[in-house]
Design a protein around this ligand. Structure first.
Ligand code: SF4
Length: 276
């Protein structure tokens, strides 16, 4: 990747801040007085999220506090010093939590089987506990627009469900609200931003895990579509915000059973186009 000129960097930052600001507004993600726990993994996206939220915090008309939290999951070779040093230098309140979920996952999951779902469940549980300990009112995760779309297709292809990853979610126990301020931010912009800002990235394959093959396949599929028809990802994302349950086939989302004709208005002298 080539480095950005000052003008390009300024434009990129403006675009990313606009995406984050709009997502926060559209989903009422952050309210006055919130304490946002920003989950930082050491990957490009979570660094970008923290960076952009800190910038918005300085400009926002509302007051909210931020605590960055990193979970050290005991992966061999995890460079423990990188995040505390970065966060100290930034002067942001932070907490590093050490919980060896790596050993649990290795013990419980047979060799060669997928470890990510147990690992993420354990991680999520710990993050909820930490949120309670620090009194956070929101947990911010660094999933971006491409993650949301990939999840949509993964659920469609492998789970037979039409669902993506919501920008805002109430935890199953009703006790926590997760927010995804990068929900509108394209991954390629975040990658450029990470490079421009020279974030000290911690590699994400320290667990020695299998690559998440299905997600990678879906990512490749989406990228190929975008190359073939530029703008297709924008259209796919727009579909997530324009759902018509009456034109799907889920009787729980739409009352097909009780669909009745209505008294018709006077017939118009022309035929209206049929809706498909
Ligand atoms: S890649 Fe490794 S650390 Fe990440 S969720 Fe999967 S098992 Fe956990």
């Amino acid at each position: 990747m080539t480095s950005l000129t000052e003008a390009e960097a300024k434009k990129l930052k403006k675009r990313l801040l606009r995406h984050v600001g709009k997502a926060i507004q559209d989903f009422n993600m952050i309210e006055d007085g919130d304490h946002v726990m920003v989950c930082v993994s050491g990957g490009k996206d979570s660094y970008g999220m923290l960076d952009l939220l800190l910038e918005l915090q300085r400009k926002a008309p509302i007051q909210f506090t931020i605590t960055a939290v990193n979970l050290d999951q005991g992966q061999p070779g995890f460079p423990k010093h990188i995040l505390p040093e970065y966060l100290d230098a930034l002067g942001v309140a932070h907490k590093i939590v050490t919980e060896d979920t790596y050993s649990i996952v290795k013990r419980v999951i047979p060799e060669g089987k997928t470890t990510c779902s147990l690992c993420s469940r354990l991680r999520r549980g710990i993050l909820y506990r930490v949120a309670d300990e620090i009194g956070a009112t929101k947990l911010a995760l660094g999933h971006h627009r491409d993650d949301l779309m990939e999840t949509l297709f993964l659920n469609m292809f492998y789970n037979g469900q039409l669902k993506a990853m919501p920008p805002k979610l109430l935890s199953d126990n009703g006790g926590h609200i997760l927010i995804r301020p990068l929900a509108y931010a394209p991954e390629k912009d975040l990658a450029k931003w990470a490079e421009h800002r020279a974030f000290p990235i911690i590699p994400c394959d320290l667990c020695g895990s299998q690559e998440n093959l299905k997600r990678k396949q879906v990512k490749r599929m989406l990228q190929a579509w975008e190359q073939e028809s530029p703008g297709r990802l924008d259209v796919i994302f727009a579909s997530l915000q324009s759902v018509k349950p009456s034109h799907l086939a889920d009787p729980e989302r739409f009352d097909f059973q009780n669909l009745k004709t209505k008294p018709r208005e006077a017939e118009l002298p022309f035929l209206a186009p049929m809706e498909v």
